[in-house]
Design a protein around this ligand. Structure first.
Ligand code: PLP
Length: 478
């Protein structure tokens, strides 16, 4: 027969192991729990002390008892950074289309596409702003918006960017249908089919789609999970290949979550300028750093260089707005023309609504609220992976954003796992699609997957992670 404090400790241990309390999370205060469970304070203290002795909890003088990061899986092994493979054509991005279909289907546990669940987005504020625009400016919604975008939004974006160190004119902001279009227009502005573009490896698969659509070749540079690409490796690649552009996610890359040090950003911008090569900077996740401080963009650090700065409201407000922007002061007229001949303009309604949210301060407030939620979700899923997945699994330690890059033990095929998971109504992104030729023998990352952590943190998620872990184990069992 066990004592009551032992029963309490064992229940709490189970809750921690099931992920109901994430690492770093505070357990209820001693008095509060004693009251809730009709126990004495000394029983609760004894239960907590037992869990502390067993390594589950840590007593913290300010916040009481918090869950220890006991199940943190090991970090990714660092890749050798010096050598890029030869440039290759980009093909077979079909799996990404399957992911994008699953991302829109609530029947799936949506761990595949990097799309935040609705609870991470400011739904009510957005609805209100949309309604206000419909009511106040109906005539504005009955014609084509200007190709470069609504003046109101371009002004707000320029103001906000100046606050973060990139002083740009609203005249140079071109509104696009998401960052995807910003990337496509930027590539079109500086390349022709067959040209070579430096990208990160692993690379965001939307960029690979853009390269495939434009008939460009990818020169994929090994990318460090903490610091991004190595400037020395880039320098070497630039002397070896006829590179026309370089696309980087310097702030919280997708899928690694790496954050490039400012010194590297400056050196890379200078190196590219020396070779007369444009930098296309994708800053989709720059506002989602866990420490709350926005890292500088390459554009802010090297304002005189030839930089196409691309970003979006997809991860902060809603992907369905299809609202992004590109700024490249040296190419504004060309970008405006490319936007015009691609699809005339972006709809005015989302632009005007987002301009309101920016103007009112609601956008910044939302960022302050959502960053810790993304961080908690990433930590929670990381610790569940450490607890559930087979030994040898390694996980990235992103400093922002909401995706995890997971290295599975050798012998687990991420592509097969993704297909088996789809049959269980779980979508995940197989590592191979972050490589330019996912279905060829030279595909990399075959034992990797990427997980979207911005999902409801509930029992359904826990079951999905258990299923994924079992599918991995099944693949490893002869
Ligand atoms: C790094 C990165 N760039 C661009 C995009 C595309 O964003 P949008 O929805 O704004 O087109 C995404 C979306 O997943 C992304 O992760």
């Amino acid at each position: 027969m066990s004592f009551r404090y032992q029963q309490l400790a064992s229940e709490l241990q189970q809750q921690i192991e099931q992920g109901q309390y994430a690492c770093g999370e505070r357990l209820p205060g001693v008095r509060e729990l004693a009251k809730r469970r009709a126990l004495s304070v000394s029983t609760v203290v004894a239960g907590y002390r037992q869990l502390e002795a067993e390594g589950y909890l840590q007593a913290n003088s300010r916040s009481g008892y918090v869950v220890k990061a006991r199940y943190q899986p090991p970090p990714l092994s660092s890749a050798p950074l010096q050598h890029a493979a030869a440039p290759s054509a980009v093909s077979s991005q079909h799996m990404a289309l399957t992911l994008s279909k699953a991302a829109a289907d609530p029947a799936y546990m949506r761990l595949g596409a990097a799309v935040p669940a609705a609870e991470y987005l400011p739904q009510h504020a957005l609805q209100k702003a949309l309604q206000q625009v419909i009511k106040a400016q109906p005539a504005r919604l009955m014609c084509y918006e200007a190709s470069r975008g609504a003046t109101e939004l371009r002004r707000e974006i320029a103001r906000r960017m100046a606050l973060h160190g990139a002083v740009v004119s609203p005249q140079d902001v071109i509104i696009t249908n998401g960052c995807q279009e910003a990337l496509m227009l930027s590539l079109k502005a500086v390349t022709r089919p067959g040209d070579v573009v430096v990208i990160e490896s692993p690379a965001f698969y939307g960029l690979l789609q853009a390269l495939e659509a434009a008939g460009l070749k990818a020169l994929a540079l090994p990318t460090d999970a903490q610091n991004g690409i190595d400037p020395d490796a880039l320098e070497q690649a630039l002397t070896q290949w006829p590179v026309k552009a370089c696309v980087l996610i310097a702030n919280y890359s997708n899928p690694l979550g790496s954050l490039m040090p400012d010194q590297h950003k400056k050196r890379i911008a200078a190196l590219l300028a020396e070779h007369g090569i444009a930098l296309i900077e994708d800053d989709t996740y720059g506002d989602l750093g866990f420490n709350g401080q926005r890292p500088a963009s390459c554009l802010a650090l090297a304002p005189k260089q030839d930089i196409f700065y691309c970003s979006t409201f997809s991860k902060t407000l809603s992907p369905d707005l299809r609202l992004g922007w590109v700024i490249a002061p040296k190419h504004t007229a060309k970008l405006e023309y490319l936007k015009f001949i691609s699809n005339i303009s972006t709809a005015a309604l989302p632009q005007l609504a987002v301009a309101k949210l920016l103007q009112s301060g609601r956008f910044e407030r939302h960022l302050r609220q959502v960053r810790p939620l993304y961080q908690a979700a990433v930590q929670r899923i990381s610790s569940s992976i450490g607890r559930l997945f087979p030994a040898g699994t390694r996980v990235s330690q992103p400093q922002g954003g909401f995706v995890l890059w997971v290295e599975l033990p050798q012998g687990v095929d991420g592509y097969l796992l993704a297909q088996q998971a789809l049959a269980e109504k779980i979508s995940i992104a197989p590592g191979a699609i972050f490589s330019p030729t996912p279905l060829s023998g030279s595909a990399r990352y075959s034992n990797f997957i990427r997980l979207n952590c911005a999902v409801a943190q509930d029992a359904r998620l826990e079951r999905a992670l258990q299923t994924l872990a079992q599918l991995c184990l099944r693949q490893l069992t002869p």
